[in-house]
Design a binder for this molecule. Structure first.
Ligand SMILES: Cc1cc2nc3c(=O)[nH]c(=O)nc-3n(C[C@H](O)[C@H](O)[C@H](O)COP(=O)(O)OP(=O)(O)OC[C@H]3O[C@@H](n4cnc5c(N)ncnc54)[C@H](O)[C@@H]3O)c2cc1C
Length: 502
């Protein structure tokens, strides 16, 4: 089976790795990985500057989703997995230039502890009263998808959307809670509403069940007469000690170098009677990363894995299946910017404890979030240095993508100083190093109706059995999901191609 993988982000790399494993195991597999940029990894991009690990894109992945850590272990870089420093985990929300810690007991946006919720300065008294009354809501069948903002507002009021849902979701998806699908992004909350009515009661019941399961598992794992401590809690996030490029490099090292084509955008895709024709070429219009181009080469394959962003997959599939192409182009994307700043500790006052802060859109700032990188992951910043990483952009601020680096740096330094205070971060403090990275249309948004759209996409793909889609647009935005989908795409094609013909 000859397979073309289009897109060398983490999803495409995972697919290529899976095919390479099959090839090494003796299966008749050939593959080519096409990547339009001069490097592999897509949004994963890190470097070490003066001993500090700087992440331009993702800095970690969720530990509870196993696909990424499992792959690292398979690749022999398991020892490089680094847990987040959860002992110091504290996140603030900016409210009128003050940093207010998220109250203890928040689970998936839901307040579950009475006293911290009653005492927090994050919410006004009317919101707190509403949170109490929420406990009385009766079960509610849900027939239609709605936005996360609508769901949260119905239960806890507008202030909770502005100060909690919006900043938390823009931190994860670069998204807008008024557009994101509750069913896709927070399916557990939708189920809880159906079963319990009150999300707080639903969350408390789920928590009780989870604790009972953990206790039961601990009892079966440990003979009754042996006393011992409970299993150590896992960190929420896992990073790579030397940066995300370690994963990209380890995957690349496993591939057959002859099968990887960098700086090779796929410009055209055509279905033939028994396979696929692929055109590659330099874009005639350099502002486009994909589109019909002066294709300078065509090649034939039995199967194709499209691991580009969905909008790029939609462009390529236009001539093959206009309906599928339209669905893919309809998946919205947001753009984001990261700014890494390295400071000498002596230049700054003491930063507040914790991992950093989120900035609600209603605060009217350019920054969406800031991570205190040297605190979140220990051992990746030299002693005496401070690394701050700011996020900008998102669905409501696409225009920032066009701003020059100097303007973005000036904005970030001014806003940091206003939020943290002149004493902690004087505007005069010069970073020793500053780095701006832009990610245009890199984060898919699971908008209201995403699941229905996915059903239509699956139905169309089923009519093209030698085609698979992989990437962050479909069934999970994070690195582990992209790895899972990339590997699954390759496995499905392998299984189909090696089935005995009837
Ligand atoms: C700033 C930022 C921070 C993030 N933080 C986190 C985080 O902390 N944790 C987490 O789990 N996730 C995070 N994410 C999300 C996660 O990184 C992405 O969802 C994931 O990396 C996407 O991988 P992918 O392979 O689907 O797509 P991409 O990484 O976008 O890769 C697609 C590739 O396809 C190539 N391509 C496009 N068109 C063509 C063509 N015509 N021909 C050939 N190649 C083409 C592109 O050049 C690109 O390399 C973050 C994302 C961003 C942008």
């Amino acid at each position: 089976m000859r397979t073309a993988i289009i897109g060398g982000g983490i999803a495409g790399l995972a697919a290529a790795y899976e095919l390479e494993q099959a090839r090494r195991a003796g299966q008749k597999v050939e593959y080519t990985l096409y990547e339009s940029r001069h490097r592999l990894g897509g949004s994963l991009s890190s470097e070490v500057v003066d001993g500090a690990v700087l992440e331009r894109g993702p800095d970690s992945f969720l530990t509870e989703k196993p696909a990424a850590a499992e792959l690292c272990r398979e690749l022999g870089i398991g020892a490089e997995l680094t847990p987040s420093n959860d002992a110091d985990r504290k996140t603030y929300i900016v409210v009128r230039n003050r940093l207010i810690p998220l109250p203890d007991g928040l689970m998936f946006l839901i307040p579950t502890k009475l006293i911290p919720t009653a005492l927090t300065r994050l919410f006004s008294l009317p919101t707190k009263i509403r949170m109490g009354l929420e406990l009385l809501l009766p079960p509610r069948p849900s027939s239609q998808d709605e936005s996360v903002a609508a769901l949260v507002e119905r239960h806890f009021g507008r202030e909770t959307v502005d100060r909690l849902a919006d900043p938390l979701l823009s931190g994860i998806f670069g998204g807008d809670s008024a557009q994101l699908s509750a069913r896709t992004v927070l399916p557990r909350l939708v189920e809880m509403e159906e079963e319990y009515g009150s999300l707080t009661r639903g969350m408390l019941a789920a928590h009780r069940k989870m604790r009972a399961r953990i206790k039961a598992a601990a009892r079966t794992a440990r003979p009754a007469n042996v006393k011992g401590s409970a299993p150590a809690a896992r960190s929420i996030f896992t990073a790579m000690r030397g940066g995300m490029n370690q994963l990209v490099d380890a995957l690349t090292a496993r591939l057959d170098p002859a099968s990887v084509r960098l700086s090779t955008p796929v410009s055209g895709l055509e279905k033939t009677t028994d396979g696929w024709k692929i055109a590659t070429g330099v874009p005639t219009d350099r502002s486009l990363s994909v589109g019909w181009m002066a294709g300078n080469k065509t090649e034939f394959y039995d199967a194709v894995i499209l691991a580009t962003p969905a909008w790029a997959a939609g462009e390529l599939l236009g001539p093959v299946d206009p309906q599928l192409a339209g669905e893919l182009r309809g998946i919205p994307y947001s753009s984001s910017i990261t700014v890494n700043l390295i400071y000498d500790e002596d230049q700054l006052g003491r930063l507040p404890d914790g991992f950093g802060f989120l900035v609600p859109v209603v605060e009217g700032r350019s920054m969406l979030a800031c991570t205190f990188v040297h605190r979140k992951f220990l051992g990746r910043t030299p002693h005496g240095k401070v690394v701050l990483r700011a996020f900008l952009g998102g669905m409501k601020n696409e225009a920032l993508m066009a701003a020059p680096d100097e303007a973005l740096l000036a904005t970030v330094r001014r806003e940091l100083s206003e939020i943290l205070g002149e004493k902690i971060l004087p505007q005069s403090a010069q970073p020793e190093y500053a780095q701006v990275s832009r990610w245009p249309r890199a984060m898919a948004q699971y908008a209201v109706g995403h699941q229905e759209r996915m059903q239509r996409i699956h139905a169309r793909v089923a009519s093209l059995p030698s085609l698979r889609l992989a990437g962050n647009a479909y069934d999970g935005i994070g690195i582990p999901d992209c790895i899972r989908l990339g590997r699954q795409a390759a496995r499905e094609l392998l299984a189909a191609s090696f089935q005995p013909t009837p």
